[in-house]
Structure formats: C-alpha cells, structure tokens
Design a binder for this molecule. Sequence first.
Ligand code: URA
Length: 261
Amino acid sequence: MESALDFHTAKALLEWQIELGADEALCEAPVDRYALEAEKPKAKPKAQAPHPAAVKQAEVDPVSEARAAARSVQDLKALRAAMEAFDHCELKRGARQLVFSDGNPAARVMIIGEAPGRDEDREGRPFVGRAGQLLDRMLAAIGLDRKSDQAESAVYITNVLPWRPPQNRDPKPDEIAMLLPFLERHVALANPDFLILMGNISCQAALGKRGITRLRGQWTEAFGKPAIPMFHPAYLLRTPQAKREAWADLLEIKARLEQPS
Ligand code: URA
C-alpha cells in the first residue's frame, strides 16, 4: 500500500514539475545552487572614480586660468568676453552682471577704481553712483569727460574687480590676485598714456602696496605706465577736508595732459 502511495505521490510530483516546464532531466544528482553561489570568487569592488567636479576643483589654479584667458585675447571686446566666461571667482555668482568699463578706450587717461557697488552692479558701468557723480565733477573741473570722443579730453574707467562684492565689502587678496591678469591685459589693450589709481585697493592691485595718504600725488609706475594714486571719491564724500589734496592731484594730472603724449 505504502509503495502505491509513493508511486502516486512521485507521479503527481513529476506531473507538477512538467507543468512548471521542467521537462528534461539534466543530471542524476540534484545540484545545490545556493552552495555554488557561495563558492564563487567575489568580484573586486570597482575603484570609485572621483567625481569630475572634484577633479576639476583639485587641478584648476584660478590665477593660471585667468592668465591664460587674458593672454589669449587681442582686443577689448574679446577681453570682456573672456571675463564674462571666467567662472572661478565666487563674486560672479553674487553679482548681477560684469562691470567691465565705461568711457572712451582711446583716452589718454585710464582710471582704475576698486569694485562695483550696488548702482554699478545694476547698471553694468563703473562709477555711476554717488562716488561716480563726484568723480565726474572732479574730472569736469580739469576738462575731462567720460563721454568725450576726443582722446585729449576723454577718460577710460575700469575697476580692479568686475563683480560687486557682497555688502560692498573690501575685495580679498585672493580675489585681487585672481583677477589681476585681466586688469593687466585691460591696461595693455587700452594703452593709455597714464593711469589714475583711485584709493587703496587700486594701489594694492597695481603697486602691491597700500597707504593712500602717503602714496597720493606721487607719480609712480604700474603695469608699465606712469601712474598717480589719488584719494577715492567715496573717501572724499566721507572726508570733505581731503578735497584740498584731491584738487592738487587733479592739477597735477591736468599739467601732465598739457604735455604732449
Ligand atoms: N567705487 C569704485 O571703486 N568703483 C565703482 O565702480 C564704484 C564705486
């Protein structure tokens, strides 16, 4: 009886397996696939490739990048485009736009200010706020005008930094160093007769030193050009008594312009 039951049970099992698709006997003994899996040599975990952004971060030296970009351009339009494309300065992310320059690039005088403020950031031109309006009046007093199309009476204006620092804070030394190759190229391409360095940040960038009270009014050399440091117009707004020295410096500039270029 028992063997008949076994027979029926075994037959039912076989039929069930055939229904499931197991219609062919491959080997005599059953194979424990779980045991086989455990014996398999483990594949070596793949070495984790560093994230591309991390590689970029580690390899890029922003100053060398700025130098290469500045060296590669041959005119002011291309310089502006190279600066627009420069992505290594954090200030760019907080600013509305690049503030490149204003005035006449053919001018004999090039002014280097500090950095855009709120008004400049909004308008995209340097020195358009209160300090800029004072600067325009100072220039007018010696016959200069940023709108002039005559090289003799025109001025060309830029800043050490082309992007507004947050809350108008002072530019940091690494920001100045990073953007210096562009400023240097800017001066070379505009090729003015001389430079006016407005305030300490401008002196820091162009001369590598500060101390505007001592430096102002003394001719020196920056980027291969004669240069005269002056009090920044924003300082003159806060310290009207310093306008006397500013006036003396303006007369010095006027006298220089009266010399043939
Ligand atoms: N101060 C600067 O030095 N530059 C500007 O463009 C505006 C204010």
